[in-house]
Ligand binder design. Structure first.
Ligand code: PCA
Length: 216
């Protein structure tokens, strides 16, 4: 199983992005048996991130694409369930573009669902002592747009099956150090979680039955 990981460059005034640190660290380690993996770091730019992701997919022909981004304030590894067809940027991206109320793909479906076995992954991470939850919003910024475009392009090529999804991670302890009451997760924990996530995708082609969801 060929796995493509992506992480992001820093944005929003931060000097690091734990998603890049985690995917680079993981992919410098030995992959599990039957797995090869590669990491690419993408710019926090609506347009270029998706172009570079598509280039990497054409070049590497992965079986599994796992895009990772930082969501400061989250308290766990968040397995994103859904990407919506909306660009609504509270801050400009790193190219200076700040879209509002636009479609990610004009004429595209309102949303796409992740095709990863999210409930199985959540269970496996939690059993390994790694805080994990399923999230029902990937936001309206570059991460949501990248997830939407990933699933849109995978849906357009049913003859080349490839699973894909998006994972948001909390701030690193270094980022959270000067932010009162802010959760963080060490890069080592994120790396361990991403390794478990790959093992889980290798094991489960379809998801397990379990309850999930939120009331808010
Ligand atoms: N997080 C942002 C974009 C890049 C990143 O790491 C987001 O959640 O949209």
């Amino acid at each position: 199983m060929k796995v493509l990981f992506t992480g992001f460059e820093p944005f929003g005034g931060e000097s690091s992005n734990p998603s890049a640190e985690a995917v680079l660290q993981l992919c410098s380690q030995n992959a599990p048996a039957g797995v090869s993996w590669q990491a690419r770091i993408l710019p926090v730019e609506f347009k270029r991130s998706a172009e570079l992701l598509n280039d990497a997919i054409s070049q590497l022909q992965p079986d599994l694409v796992l895009c990772v981004g930082q969501a400061g304030g989250r308290t766990a590894i968040c397995l994103e369930q859904v990407a919506i067809n909306l660009l609504e940027a509270r801050i400009a991206d790193n190219s200076g573009w700040q879209p509002s109320g636009e479609a990610v793909v004009s004429g595209g479906p309102a949303a796409y669902f992740s095709n990863l076995p999210l409930k199985a992954i959540r269970a496996q991470l939690q059993q390994n002592g790694i805080p994990a939850q399923i999230s029902y919003t990937a936001g309206t910024y570059v991460c949501n747009a990248l997830m939407y475009q990933l699933l849109h392009s995978l849906a357009a090529r049913p003859d080349q099956p490839c699973r894909g999804g998006f994972i948001h991670i909390p701030f690193s302890p270094e980022q959270a150090a000067a932010k009162p009451d802010t959760a963080s997760m060490t890069i080592a924990t994120v790396v361990a979680g991403l390794r478990q996530l790959v093992l889980c995708c290798q094991q489960y082609q379809t998801d397990i039955k379990a309850s999930a969801g939120t009331l808010d």
